[in-house]
Design a protein. Structure first.
Length: 484
């Protein structure tokens, strides 16, 4: 029988890498941690390897696990997303009591989280969908955590999560994001932004390598240098490391022997699907997801390689480009495209928050993404400042600081897109972000033509710029306009 003294403050179900590391993180902060995994071998391994690093209570049944938790019981589920998560939630809910808290720390689809929260609320169980970012290392040493769910759960759970989160300038990288699915929604968009962030780095690499003809080690130095300025970020830092790595087997740069087919687990795709439903253009994220899909279409690529007309391409030398200048132009194009991707991602979060009534504060997100997570970057401080200056900023790009930056970046950005086109190198995010930018600031868009076409073939009507109302031109009649 457990006495209050030997109960655990928190429990972790699912002891694959993320779950084990999270449990070890809790233990390292002085908490007693209950641990359980469906197959007991993983539990035994964790205890054998790390049991003396802190206080663990290992159980081999879910009932014993639940009985080893202090009330209100708090258990974090770290199992495979989907049916496995539902199965574990149901087992926990059966064994738990009113007021206990079940936390799903996996990458669940936010609609599932909304459904699960409702189901749990009906059974007087609190359910918190929490996005956790930072990968294995973050889970162990300090992730960025995005919990949704009821506010009252946050009051109990907050201090525990704060104790294991990454800390930047004294602020833990965790806060209550909003009710039900808010946490998993913002984690989803975070991952979408991560896709775009990775792709723009890839595009910069592509231009330096196959445009300017630089070697991976030299490009690694460029990235390391960029990491000392505005682009200072985890992803830029690790890119330099990847580029420096030499394959032990062949002696070639590792990047040259890695198959250029990017995988994905789905959160980027979800971000784009949801953006389509919300009607928010996340072109940077969309192009990044499609770029991964295209890279993985190996048969199609093979059929097309050397087999499609290129037109009159130019070489870097023929374009008379100065290498140093070009490197700086590419840095600026990367920075500008990254800004667009973040601006669009924050637009999606705002739209989601409005649609589902979550009241998400974008400033909070920029704050908790500064550490622990994969997109951590110095640049997020600027986003915090942007929302400090104007909490109702219509778009991140319109913040005075970022507008100033864009003024410095825009010429290089245009130049790089032109050069990439002349070299025949693909830059889907650089170029689509520039088109988005030009669309956003355009006085007139071709949408007027589209409205005309829609009215022509489907009598869909249009509005006019000079008077109120809805109008239709009688295209198949005398082409006079009527108010409809
Ligand atoms: P990783 O990618 O890190 O391996 P994952 O695939 O997301 O992690 O999750 C694996 C975890 O989910 C494991 O702890 C696994 O339990 P087992 O070790 O028993 O396989 C757990 N898991 C998967 N399906 C489950 C289910 N239906 N019920 C309980 N746990 C389950």
């Amino acid at each position: 029988m457990n006495t209050p003294e030997n109960l655990a403050q928190i429990g972790v179900v699912g002891l694959a890498v993320m779950g084990s590391n999270l449990a070890r993180n809790f233990a390292s902060r002085g908490h007693t941690v209950a641990v359980y995994n469906r197959s007991p071998e993983k539990t035994r391994t964790l205890i054998a390897e790390h049991g003396t690093d802190g206080n663990f209570i290992a159980s081999e049944t879910i009932e014993d696990f639940v009985a080893s938790l202090e009330r209100p019981r708090k258990a974090i589920i770290m199992v495979q997303a989907g049916p496995a998560t539902d199965a574990v939630i149901s087992q926990l809910a059966d064994a738990m009591e009113d007021g206990d808290i079940i936390i799903d720390g996996g990458n669940a689809l936010f609609n599932d989280t909304i459904r699960r929260e409702k189901e749990m609320a009906e059974r007087n169980r609190h359910f918190v969908g929490a996005g956790i970012s930072g990968g294995e290392e973050g889970a162990l040493n300090g992730p960025s955590i995005m919990p949704g769910g009821p506010k009252e759960s946050w009051e109990t759970l907050g201090p525990l999560l704060e104790s294991i989160a990454a800390v930047v300038d004294g602020t833990p990288c965790v806060t209550h994001i909003g009710p039900d699915g808010a946490g998993h929604f913002v984690k989803m968009v975070h991952n979408g932004i991560e896709y775009a962030d990775m792709q723009v780095i890839g595009e910069a690499y592509q231009l330096l390598r196959f445009g300017a003809g630089m070697e991976p080690a030299e490009i690694a130095d460029v990235f390391a240098e960029w990491n000392r300025g505005d682009l200072d970020s985890y992803l830029i830092e690790i890119t330099a490391e990847v580029l420096r790595q030499v394959d032990a087997e062949t002696g070639k740069p590792l990047v040259d022997v890695i198959l250029d087919a990017a995988g994905q687990k789905g959160t980027g795709r979800w971000t784009v699907k949801e953006a389509l439903d919300l009607g928010v253009p996340v072109t940077g994220i969309g192009e990044a997801v499609f770029a991964r899909a295209l890279s993985s279409s190996l048969d199609q690529r093979k059929a097309a390689q050397g087999n499609l007309p290129t037109g009159a391409l130019k070489t870097f030398q023929e374009l008379n480009l100065d290498k140093e200048r070009f490197v700086e132009d590419v840095r600026r194009a990367l920075y500008a495209s990254k800004l667009v991707a973040y601006s669009q991602g924050f637009d999606e979060i705002k739209a989601g928050s409005d649609e589902y009534g979550w009241g998400v504060d974008p400033r909070d997100l920029a704050t908790i993404w500064r550490g622990g997570c994969i997109i951590r970057a110095k640049f997020l401080n600027r986003i915090v400042e942007a929302y400090d200056n104007d909490p109702a900023l219509p778009a991140l790009l319109l913040d005075p600081y970022f507008k100033g930056e864009l003024g410095d970046l825009i010429d290089s950005w245009r130049e790089v897109v032109i050069v990439a086109t002349q070299l025949g190198l693909p830059v889907p995010v650089f170029s689509s972000s520039l088109s988005y930018y030009d669309s956003l600031r355009a006085e007139r868009l071709p949408a007027a033509i589209i409205q005309g076409q829609r009215d022509f073939f489907g009598a869909h009507t249009y509005r006019r710029i000079d008077k109120e109302g809805t109008f239709h031109t009688q295209w198949s009649g005398d082409r006079s306009e009527i108010e409809s």
